[in-house]
Design a protein around this ligand. Sequence first.
Ligand code: PEP
Ligand code: MN
Length: 365
Amino acid sequence: MKPHKQIKDWGLGLTTPLIIAGPCSAETPEQIEQICKEMKEENMIPQLFRAGIWKPRTRPGSFEGVGEEGLKWMEIVRHNLNIPITTEVGNAAHVELALKHKVDVLWIGARTTVNPFAVQEIAEALRGVDIPVMIKNPMNPDLELWVGALERMYAVGIDKLAAIHRGFSDAYDKRFRNKPNWSMPIHLKRVWTGMEVINDPSHIVGRRDGLQEVAQRAMNFGLDGLMIETHHDPDKAWSDAKQQITPQRLKEMIDSIDFKEPLETMGPDEKLQDLRRAVDHLDDQLLDILQERFAVIDQIGAHKREHHLTVFQSNRWKEVMESRTQKGVAKHLSEKFMKELLYCIHEESVKRQEKQLREAEPIKK
Ligand code: PEP
Ligand code: MN
């Protein structure tokens, strides 16, 4: 486990589930002021206030952010709501200005995470600075880029780190603006123990309806907070108008989310321990069966070597795949799971047998 500092240890009084809210973009001082006013009226003060100051827009000509001026309005928020503030930085110049205006937490956007040059430039600008950084997932579902950006920060001494899951662009699946691909944030948590991931339903869904469902799923999976774009007059927002919600709606939404307890903090009860012991036992059996299966596979491999047969045989594969998938589905295992499982087992079998052919002494005819 890399010893990074978790959100509670950032020294900002933050806890998980961390709720981050604020507009997509800072637009005018009045806009920022009005959002704060309504957050107060609704008693919906987030733990961290967000606003984009420099907006990385996919197409030129859209609103590209107000720049440094907006940082002054953000400083007023900190004073007014008495909470820390966060904004996106995309290059070294942004970092310099954000630090000058004492932004408490920085985030790196999805379009930046895909570019190691840009991430490294930001990292260099942050060398020796003590500030938390949150890294949004890259636009494409590439875990290495996501982890790589976190590592680049860590390497220059930024140890207050978190990740943001904002979904992945997908040319075909139009149900979401960015497809959630839940296995990615979960896998990030697997490969970097203790890494907290904040879910950003706004950029995943891209519309107001459906936000709550995605936010709830994120909490069910055990993600560590929510970043939700909030605007006093969403329809008139200068960026991402379709997906922003009012502080009032935010309050309703947060109130109706069922925040689950993180298991780690409670310690599993007796019932759960029993069930986990049963799973451990079944896993042992599963491994014994796999061991046995691969021993037979090796015997088949020896036979193929002896008879000069190729390893991969399409008809056999097709039959194995179809029959096992059918049986699995009958046992209430999903078709997708069965296919992935069989691909994985078959690939290992094919590789073992090819290795046998490669390493074997040439057989004399
Ligand atoms: C944003 O948070 O407003 C933003 C631009 O997000 P992303 O980098 O996820 O597109
Ligand atoms: Mn946005």
